[in-house]
Design a protein. Structure first.
Length: 283
């Protein structure tokens, strides 16, 4: 997960880490998390001169390389006490996602179905600290923010279900799927329509959902007819795509990939605004 490139000086890093580096510029930050919920913030820097011998202290630098990876800080995420009475209980993390507009806020998915919301600085107020479906402890497998309304995000579960949340409300606005009892691998919002979601199940079935039309059934389901099933996908918005309306990337079990252009039947700003108003009303 790539964090905000403008916040390099706000990580609480130790300046001495950079004292012995002759660098051309600070480029960007990368955030990683492990199963214990420890988040590491790394700064990627470009060294002004390379050394063909390599580095004895930085195992990430290959001989002749000019890119250096420096760990700036670490954050340990704990289970919110209001959800788990056992204070400071460790979590088992499955994913990490930064908010697309509030870059200092991040979300951790856990094996017991919680989405923990934290900020990089303790002085910032975070409410609620945890999003969850009451009585539901299925492992979180996917999380994506709506590109038209970043206050809304969708969470996928290993049970095959997905839930739509508002970042200010602890419990979901709605919950869908799960009829086939197949793990949900990924769920993502369409980059073209505010109310449309794409889902991928563990058996390779791709689904398209329109939450303003039918919350309980996908408008399209496509199950693979061969062994070379889809194991992952990603959506590329039009601003970084070579296609006018964006692209969808499919990864197959044999290691091959396919890229397809997306089509849009209502690309006008008036149409998108109308869809967004309808979606905000429905949720």
């Amino acid at each position: 997960t790539i964090s905000n490139p403008k916040n390099v000086t706000e990580t609480g890093r130790n300046a001495s880490l950079f004292d012995d580096i002759s660098m051309t510029s600070l480029t960007f930050q990368v955030a990683t998390t492990d199963l214990q919920g420890v988040i590491n913030i790394w700064v990627v820097v470009e060294v002004s001169c390379s050394d063909m011998i390599g580095s004895l202290t930085d195992v990430g630098m290959t001989p002749g390389a000019r890119i250096k990876l420096i760990r700036a800080t670490s954050i340990s995420v704990l289970t919110p006490s209001k959800v788990n009475p056992k204070l400071n209980s460790k979590i088992s993390a499955t994913l990490l996602k930064f908010h697309p507009t509030h870059f200092k806020h991040y979300y951790i998915g856990t094996e017991d179905g919680m989405i923990i919301h934290e900020a990089r600085h303790a002085t910032e107020s975070v409410t609620p600290h945890c999003h969850m479906v009451r009585g539901h402890n299925s492992c979180v497998t996917s999380l994506d923010f709506n590109p038209f309304n970043s206050e809304v995000f969708v969470v996928g579960y290993i049970s095959g279900e997905f839930a739509v949340y508002n970042r200010d409300i602890q419990t979901p606005l709605l919950m869908c799927g799960g009829e086939e009892i197949v793990p949900l691998v990924r769920v993502m919002w369409s980059p073209l329509h505010p109310s449309i979601l794409y889902t991928l199940l563990g058996n390779g079935t791709m689904g398209v959902w329109d939450l303003t039309a039918d919350r309980h059934n996908a408008i399209s389901l496509e199950t693979p007819v061969c062994e070379n099933k889809i194991i992952d996908f990603n959506l590329v918005p039009e601003r970084v795509s070579s296609c006018p309306h964006g692209e969808i990337l499919f990864c197959h079990s044999d290691g091959s990939c396919e890229i397809h252009g997306l089509e849009c039947d209502s690309s006008s700003s008036e149409g998108v605004t109308s869809e967004l108003e309808s979606f905000n009303t429905s949720v």
